[in-house]
Design a protein around this ligand. Structure first.
Ligand SMILES: [Zn+2]
Length: 146
């Protein structure tokens, strides 16, 4: 599966044993160096041992991501990512709200248009000869029941 020493063992300048607990998760030197600086080797091993086999890959991925986030934002760390994502969610909610308002407006406009067409159709069939004027003034059109 993996050949050569894992990044953790290379960093410690020791031989990587076949049952190295870090070998499956730390292949890139940069990932391991960041994780090592943030958590320390013993803590990383302890964290990985605390979870079941099926959760270990995800935990290693999370530890690596935490170390990258902490490198990029040493003051706020993951909270900065959380704040950014919340701001994006808020912006998306506002946009969704605006789009829903537009949609509602267009639905109402469509309903009004349908009602208008139905009324015009009734007027066309009207036997009384009543004139119906649309938009009185320039460009107006009129219909009559003739
Ligand atoms: Zn190793």
């Amino acid at each position: 599966m993996f050949t050569g020493a894992c990044a953790a063992c290379k960093h410690q300048k020791k031989r990587c044993p076949p049952d190295c607990p870090l070998a499956p998760y730390f292949r890139k030197k940069d990932d391991f160096v960041r994780v090592h600086r943030l958590f320390g080797l013993n803590n990383v091993v302890k964290m990985l041992e605390r979870v079941g086999d099926h959760e270990r890959p995800k935990m290693a991925e999370t530890i690596i991501m935490e170390a990258k986030i902490r490198r990029d934002n040493p003051v706020h760390g993951s909270l900065a990512v959380k704040a950014q994502l919340e701001a994006e969610i808020d912006a998306c909610r506002k946009e969704l709200d605006f789009v829903q308002k537009q949609l509602n407006f267009l639905k109402k406009a469509t309903e009004i248009n349908k009602e208008k067409e139905q009324l015009e159709a009734k007027l066309d069939k009207c036997p009384l000869g009543i004139q119906y004027k649309e938009n009185a003034g320039e460009g107006s059109s009129s219909k009559s029941c003739a």
